[in-house]
Design a protein around this ligand. Structure first.
Ligand code: NAG
Ligand code: NAG
Length: 358
């Protein structure tokens, strides 16, 4: 498994995910970590890792160095990284909207090596400062490749309602502790077009109550509850991603912060994303604004409207061979994220390299 991961990293090294970054081994408890995430997303530095952690991270350093030099020998390719400040994200420099977004990606141990590399290789590179991966198992390699942005939630692994709601709660908590204006949640099978996300968020005011996402296939949920009686509400399907404004998160906080979202999910016996919809629409009284450019793997990707640059999130389902149709299918791209990335951001050095090869 580990070998596999290194092999895939080596294949991708020319695209930059092996960039050396300071070791982050300050993962102690989930509370510490959330505060750390918050500090980092506010641009403050993290406390120094405890000395007890250093031997392990030294080992990783040494391994990375060896691997890097090996790479240079093998491919003779400079491990260059696409300049995120260039490459059409320049608008975010001016307005700093993307700088005001906290992006959380929900993942789990089993997906670290199969799903995260495609993200780390592509859209993560355009939003490295604001994107964090919320997971259930430590992983030094992924932590390093993400610049220390792997968050140990302390939640169980697996696909149970409890595990998923626990992670969603961690994502929410981290956002609340951050100083960002927007929280955008995505799944680990989402390609996120951060430029389109930024453009969209710019047209909404984060000081107002906004819940943006794709409405689920079921138009409304009808529910009988003890506390709220018979209710009807909509929710943004978590698999397509959704965004919540700071003002809305403030309203949600008494019912969601520090484990309350998870408890609410237990109480109404509904999944994490449905619980968020319940909280927003029934308890807070705000409304979902459905946007058609969020997409989950439940949709037929063949029907995605071009150009891809107008979409916010895309996905895939390998088992059902449900993939976004692309103009040019690039090599070693089973999720098609690289092909999508290069169709949207043609001017990235990585993508230019592919076009020269054609
Ligand atoms: C941005 O990218 C373009 C095209 O790749 C390049 O010509 C330009 O020099 C870059 N600008 C900076 C500031 O790196
Ligand atoms: C955003 O909304 C707040 C609260 O309603 C308001 O005070 C502020 O002027 C709005 N900002 C813009 C740019 O519209």
């Amino acid at each position: 498994m580990v070998l596999c991961f290194w092999l895939s990293l080596m294949l991708w090294a020319p695209y930059g995910i092996l960039e050396a970054r300071p070791a982050l081994s300050d993962v102690h408890s989930s509370t510490d970590l959330l505060e750390n995430v918050a500090r980092r997303s506010r641009g403050e530095s993290s406390p120094k890792p405890k000395s007890a952690d250093l031997p392990e991270s030294d080992k990783v350093d040494a391994r990375i160095k060896r691997r890097n030099s090996l790479l240079h020998q093998i491919s003779n390719v400079k491990a260059s990284i696409d300049d995120p400040d260039n490459a059409s994200v320049t608008t975010s420099k001016k307005t700093n909207v993307l700088g005001n977004v906290f992006i959380s990606v929900k993942t789990t141990r089993q997906n670290h090596r199969v799903r995260l590399p495609a993200i780390l290789q592509t859209w993560f590179q355009l939003a490295r400062e604001q994107t964090y991966f919320f997971t259930d198992a430590e992983d030094a390699e992924v932590s390093r490749a993400s610049g220390g942005h792997l968050v140990m939630t302390g939640c169980a692994s697996g696909h149970t309602r409890q595990a998923l709601s626990c992670k969603m709660n961690s994502e929410f908590d981290a956002f609340v502790l951050s100083a960002k204006e927007w929280w955008c949640h995505f799944d680990d099978d989402n390609y996120v077009n951060v430029v389109s996300l930024e453009k969209t968020l710019k047209s909404f005011n984060s000081s107002e109550l906004w819940y943006l996402g794709r409405d689920s296939i079921r138009p409304t949920i009808d529910l009988t509850t003890k506390q709220w009686g018979d209710v009807r509400f909509r929710f943004a399907t978590g698999g397509a991603g959704f965004c919540i404004s700071r003002a809305l998160a403030n309203e949600m906080k008494p019912h969601a912060f520090k484990g309350r979202l998870r408890e609410l999910s237990e109480e109404i016996r509904l999944p994490d994303d449905v619980t968020v919809g319940f909280l927003v629409e029934v308890i807070v009284g705000a409304k979902l604004t459905a946007l058609p450019n969020f997409h989950s793997h439940l949709e037929e990707m063949l029907l995605i409207r071009k150009p891809l640059r107008n979409q916010i999130s895309l996905s895939y389902n390998s088992k059902r061979k449900n993939f976004v149709p692309v103009e040019q299918l690039l090599p070693r791209d089973p999720t098609r994220f690289l092909s999508i990335h290069c169709e949207i951001f043609r001017e990235l050095p990585t993508c230019k390299r592919f076009r020269r090869r054609r």
